[in-house]
Design a protein around this ligand. Structure first.
Ligand code: SAM
Length: 329
């Protein structure tokens, strides 16, 4: 169902259909019936989940957001020179839209901005603010699940001499398994024409202590974010689920080069969701999120296989995080 664009002051939302009740239920029942119980991380982001994610970004341990913002600020002139003028920008998982402000400020006369996010409330609010702050940019928000096909507005499909730029910050690509990430890069490539760009933030492999701390902040915000998924299930379905019967556990799995987030059952229990029963032993976990960490050459090789030429890679002095500019070839 497509609604079309309006004025810049209040951009109307293109509804690309977010997962609704039945799909959410199907995913929950499927995930909880696996030998290693699991829940898809896209369900973290209801309104409360998005607020908690924003709060995670401000914790001292979560280096990702502030480091990527520092890189964007430090190298913006470089980025602007490469991207050129009058580009059309599409962002996956735009969230609160903090980083795009730096780009819209720093690039030369960007023409349009299409944020795509599954979280309607945060998308609506950020699109409204951006349209007000950047009146010369056409802002076209799309609420949708980026795992599905998304019908793009003309602003991104038209053939122009100007560049199209896909922006995918925050190392959200880390939530995909390696094969999923490879497939997603190929999908992005298909949205672009030769010479267009992808500016993508990718978290790096580093000291295990720094990684473990980032996903176990002392204030417990990441724990609340993880547990919020259970609150969302409890608030959505008929269930005896008690979030207080679980605790947050996150650790770096060095063999897989990924942070794993789990919800650990505090006791032997039977959880019933819409009349389907699942038993959990004390200590058994529900795997809720992965965050893969990449060595630069590994990511570069994935990008090349997906049809991109690798270009500049910007990093912070501590080499915690990387921002890659890739050109579609
Ligand atoms: C890790 S946050 C990153 C937010 C922001 N891009 C940043 O760099 O800080 C992931 C964002 O992707 C959105 N998201 C997660 N899964 C999604 C999906 N399947 N489809 C669309 N958006 C999704 C979330 O709502 C959230 O805003």
């Amino acid at each position: 169902m497509m609604h079309n664009t309006q004025t810049n002051a209040v951009p109307s939302m293109i509804d690309n259909s977010i997962p609704h009740h039945q799909e959410f239920l199907r995913d929950v029942l499927h995930g909880l019936s696996q030998p290693q119980k699991t829940l898809p991380c896209k369900y973290f982001y209801d309104e409360r989940g998005s607020q908690l994610f924003e709060a995670i970004c401000s914790t001292p341990e979560y280096y990702i957001t502030r480091t990527e913002i520092d890189i964007l600020k430090r190298y913006m002139a470089d980025i602007a020179a490469i991207v050129g003028s009058h580009c059309d920008i599409l962002e996956f998982g735009s969230g609160a839209g903090i980083k795009i402000r730096l780009l819209l400020d720093g690039l030369t006369d960007p023409r349009s901005y299409i944020p795509i996010d599954i979280s309607m409330e945060i998308l609506e609010a950020s699109a409204r603010e951006l349209a007000q702050q950047f009146p010369s940019v056409q802002v076209i928000p799309i609420v949708g699940d980026y795992h599905k096909d998304i019908q793009l507005p003309d602003a991104f499909r038209r053939q122009t001499p100007q560049r199209k730029l896909v922006f995918f910050p925050g190392s959200t690509i880390s939530n995909f398994t390696r094969p999923e990430a490879q497939t997603f890069l190929q999908r992005i490539r298909r949205l672009l024409t030769e010479g267009d760009g992808l500016l993508i933030g990718v978290d790096c492999i580093k000291d295990t202590e720094i990684l473990n701390a980032a996903y176990n902040d002392a204030a417990g915000v990441t724990a609340a974010f993880n547990l919020n998924l259970l609150h969302r299930i409890k608030n959505t379905f008929s269930t005896n689920l008690k979030p207080q019967h679980f605790f947050h556990h996150a650790y770096f799995n060095a063999r897989e080069a990924r942070i794993e987030m789990h919800l650990v059952s505090k006791l032997d229990q039977i959880v019933e969701v819409e009349k389907t029963r699942f038993s959990l032993r004390k200590g058994e976990t529900i795997h809720t999120e992965n965050s893969y960490k990449y060595a630069l050459p590994v990511f570069a090789s994935m990008a090349q296989q997906a049809g991109f030429t690798t270009g500049k890679v910007w990093q912070d002095p501590g080499q915690l995080f990387s921002l890659h500019y890739l050109t579609a070839h």
